[in-house]
Structures are given as structure tokens and as C-alpha cells.
Design a protein around this ligand. Structure first.
Ligand code: SF4
Length: 179
């Protein structure tokens, strides 16, 4: 990949840069993504669950459909984080647009960060993959997609090959315009 000028602001799930922010206090560092994009991107790492005050470690959460609405809830306590995550995500999206973010790398499968990979459960059959109603965006990612519809979004699993990473870099440059 050829470098051109200043580094581009790109958001990324904090666990992918190696921060131990997951519910179990671990990370999901992705060395291939970090090393290949290092000359080009200025990472803005964001952990929505920590930033809304869930703490580390924390109870796992999941997406549950209740009376036609998708809710973000604790698996055991059923504590409902939906409204808090929504308002936080809207504010974060506005801030990212303001600072000129040009792409976002998100953690696959996360009820907050995932893109079309997150199981949605029926309330009566929670935490059982066999009765998942389907897969959808995580709650935070959904707001990003709606608020910034043209922003290049990828899960880390979409960037497993050099060709996929190159295509993402091109999409980010095109979105960013000035890079
Ligand atoms: S997937 Fe998102 S919410 Fe979960 S630990 Fe990583 S950054 Fe935080």
C-alpha cells in the first residue's frame, strides 16, 4: 500500500487495538489490521459498553426482541441498556462526523459493535443460538450506520486478507476526500 500525506482518522473498537475492555476483562487485539494500517490511519478507539458505564468485568449483554422492539439487555439480570446506548451512540456519531472520521472497524458479533452478525433472541428463549430470530447490527453500530450512512464500516473479519484491507483503505480515502 502506498502512503499519501497525513494519517486518516478512523474509529475502531477498543478491544481490537488491545485494550482489555471486554466483558471478561480480555482484549481481541488484531495485529494484522493494526500493523498494516499503522502508516495510514490515526486510530480513534471507542468502547461503547465501557463508555456508558457498564464497567470491566461486566455482565454479558444480548439483543432481545420484546413486543416488536429490539432491546439491549443483561443476559442474567435483564437490565435494559437500550435507551442509554442509543443516546450515547447518537452523540458519538455526531462527534465523529465533526472530527472528520473516514472509516470504522468494528468487532464482529458484539451486541454493541457487530455488523449484521449479532444474534437477536426471542425474549422467552434467550441465550440459545438455536432459537435466534436472525442476525443484525449491534445497537451502537446500527446508530452509526443510520447516522453516517456512507461511512465505510467493516468488521475485523471483513479485513482478513490483504486485498480486503487494500479495498478498505481505498474506500476510506475516497470517503475522506482530502487524504
Ligand atoms: S466489542 Fe465493542 S463494546 Fe465490546 S469490548 Fe469491544 S469495543 Fe467494547
Amino acid at each position: 500500500m502506498k502512503r499519501s500525506g497525513e494519517r486518516i482518522p478512523v474509529a475502531i473498537s477498543s478491544c481490537l487495538v488491545g485494550q482489555p475492555v471486554r466483558y471478561d476483562g480480555k482484549d481481541k487485539k488484531d495485529n494484522a489490521i493494526l500493523s498494516e494500517f499503522a502508516p495510514f490511519f490515526r486510530w480513534i478507539s471507542i468502547c461503547p459498553e465501557v463508555e456508558i458505564g457498564m464497567g470491566i468485568p461486566r455482565e454479558p449483554i444480548q439483543l432481545v426482541q420484546i413486543e416488536g422492539e429490539v432491546r439491549l439487555r443483561g443476559v442474567e439480570t435483564e437490565h435494559d441498556w437500550t435507551a442509554r446506548m442509543h443516546s450515547y451512540a447518537e452523540a458519538r456519531a455526531a462527534w465523529l462526523a465533526k472530527i472528520g472520521v473516514a472509516g470504522y472497524v468494528l468487532k464482529s458479533g458484539s451486541p454493541s459493535c457487530g455488523l449484521q452478525t449479532v444474534p437477536l433472541y426471542e425474549a422467552e428463549h434467550e441465550a440459545n443460538d438455536s432459537v435466534a430470530l436472525g442476525r443484525r447490527d449491534g445497537l451502537f453500530a446500527e446508530v452509526m450506520r443510520k447516522t453516517l450512512p456512507d461511512l465505510p464500516l467493516r468488521e475485523e473479519t471483513d479485513l482478513a486478507s490483504h486485498a480486503e484491507r487494500l479495498a478498505f483503505l481505498e474506500a476510506v480515502r475516497e470517503y475522506g476526500g482530502r487524504f
